[in-house]
Design a protein around this ligand. Structure first.
Ligand code: NAD
Length: 258
């Protein structure tokens, strides 16, 4: 029987890269996230045709707890199991705290932190009943260190690491692990927007803005690649990683070594 991976926020960026890596290994996939309908249909049909796997899509808005639960139930109904859960969907907003809109705070905490809670809470009993499971939370270097103007993001990503450790302990000795990946800068739409904002604000080129962004944080002046994050997720889902749980793995070019 083929294995099943549910990957939230997998219509773009890191989530899409993780979905591709699991598809290449023959996992059936549940895709989730926003985007134009035709693009999502293309992703679904490309994965199923290229890799000969079953692919489902659920458009749950993860800021809504009941839709988080429905996503898990829909996946179970379609596949009968979830072997790997990747809590990847995330959002960013940048503003000094005194101007930070409260509704943005609520939305970011809902998607980045509460959604992994709701999805994990609903998935864990199923993993327990099957006697196996892997949960991988995509946190961030901002789950380990702060930066100004990112109060909601930094707080939610720190919280996600706390959730990771707690789930790891609750699921220990049940052949279920829970770990976090903490990327530095990865060139995806969420970061592209920040580069554009910097280029506008400083009246510099996109390349100069990208290099400045890297320079502020990464010791190694390169963006991490989506494939590198995906390969680590694959490793954490593998039998070789059975004793790795409650851990945070950075792929951040030395950002958090400072
Ligand atoms: P992205 O913007 O390319 O992708 C985000 C995905 O989440 C998309 O599929 C989007 O549709 C989905 N999403 C957003 N809000 C949602 C909601 N309410 N309900 C359902 N889906 C929703 O960004 P990315 O860079 O691929 O980010 C993926 C994860 O990696 C995020 O959690 C992000 O915080 C984290 N991360 C990214 C970087 C980076 O440099 N790109 C660094 C560290 C951590």
């Amino acid at each position: 029987m083929s294995r099943v991976a549910l990957i939230t926020g997998s219509t773009s960026g890191i989530g899409l890269g993780i979905a591709r890596a699991f598809a290449e290994r023959g996992y059936d996939l549940m895709i989730n996230g926003f985007g134009p309908e035709e693009e999502i249909q293309q992703i679904v049909s490309h994965f199923s045709a290229t890799y000969g796997i079953k692919v489902g899509y659920h458009g749950a808005d993860l800021s809504r707890p009941e839709q988080c639960v429905d996503l898990v139930h829909f996946t179970c109904k379609m596949f009968g199991t979830i072997d790997v859960l990747v809590n990847n969907a995330g959002m960013q907003y940048v503003s000094p705290i005194e101007d930070f809109p409260t509704e943005r705070w609520n939305e970011i905490v809902a998607v980045n932190l509460s959604a992994p809670f709701h999805v994990t809470k609903t998935t864990l009993p199923l993993m327990r009943s099957r006697g196996a499971g892997r949960i991988i939370n995509i946190s961030s270097a901002h789950g380990l260190v702060g930066s100004p103007y990112k109060s909601a993001y930094v707080a939610s990503k720190h919280g996600l690491i706390g959730l990771t450790k707690t789930v790891a302990l609750e699921a220990a000795n049940q052949n279920i692990t829970c770990n976090a990946i903490c990327p530095g800068w990865v060139l995806t739409p969420i970061v592209q927007k920040q580069i554009e904002a910097k280029a506008r604000e400083k009246n510099i080129s996109m390349d100069a803005a990208a290099y400045e962004l890297l320079g502020e944080k990464h010791a190694i002046k390169k963006f991490a690649r989506v494939e590198q994050i995906a390969n680590l997720a694959l490793f954490l889902a593998s039998p070789e990683a059975e004793l790795i749980t409650g851990a945070c793995y950075t792929i951040d070019g030395g950002w958090t070594a400072h």
